[in-house]
Design a protein around this ligand. Sequence first.
Ligand code: P6P
Length: 339
Amino acid sequence: MDGSEVITIERFIMEQERLHPEATGELSNLLYDLCLAAKIISRHVRRAGLTDILGTAGAVNVSGDLQQKLDLFANETVRHSIQHTGRVCVTASEEDEEPVPVPPGKPAGKYVVLYDPLDGSANIDVNVSIGTIFSIHRRVTRKNGPAGVADCLQAGKKQIAAGYILYGSSTMLVYTTGQGVHGFTLDPTIGEFLLSHPDITTPAVGKYYSVNESNWNRWTPPVQRVVAAFKNGEGRIQPKNARYIGSLVADFHRNLISGGIFLYPADTKNPHGKLRLLYEAAPLALVVEQAGGRATDGCRSILDISPEKLHQKTPLVIGSKDDVAFAARILAAEAVPQK
Ligand code: P6P
């Protein structure tokens, strides 16, 4: 690609599809559908301060998070962009207690979409970057039967595709279908996502560590040792700069590009961690591993964890592979065997 050549995400997805003669185009079209949702959500996020869409919607979701109006808007926007297409049989979202099968009378397709419609939404009213995270699986239940939670409860290593949209200084869409990680920046003047970050790889050793250190007293001693090592240096680990936005997609993306490690460990307040496995940890784990990084729950690979509940939480240690491995050596040595 020479400097003048502009590659839209549509063209990129099509060229990726051509690499797979068996492809039917359904996944490509599903990714386009998600692009449309991303553009619509981006438009509203960019104008959030100018309309009455700010503020809370008054309800809380199944995880107890106060739902912001934009959360609900983003939730419906993603679902409305994919549910009628015949490419999806069921969706599940952080904002909905149960999976949402395609309505009767609508064609049900072979894909399952799990998503966090607007992660970091507590930051909406203060204009901090937020994001949408998505995970795509293949249906596992019988084609003519009802799709449901069984189609959603799949290990991260079964994902067909995963990615996120970051509503930051620009709107970026980053995704993988297992053929590397590719980033696209939305040009709002033409309404297209343009290839801006082909073949993203993340450095083996990171510049940054990202963790909410106000949780220090709630951590176990091994977690405290890991964080202290990233802060002060230990052995071959050099001290890192602290960067924590409190918006997972923003923290994750900065570390993906620059190298870094993000940790949300279990603590006495969140004994299973705070972040959700299916639509936060697992999709980001696929992205980071495709970019050469790693993702664990401190010990186990996130992609190997078989979910038991839709909104299951997990501790998360994700980013530069040597940093994640360092943390795992300490945390695994002290870990209580998983039941
Ligand atoms: P804390 C946002 O609410 C979120 O789910 C993630 O985006 C973010 O990484 C995390 O919680 C921040 O949690 O406890 O540090 O405020």
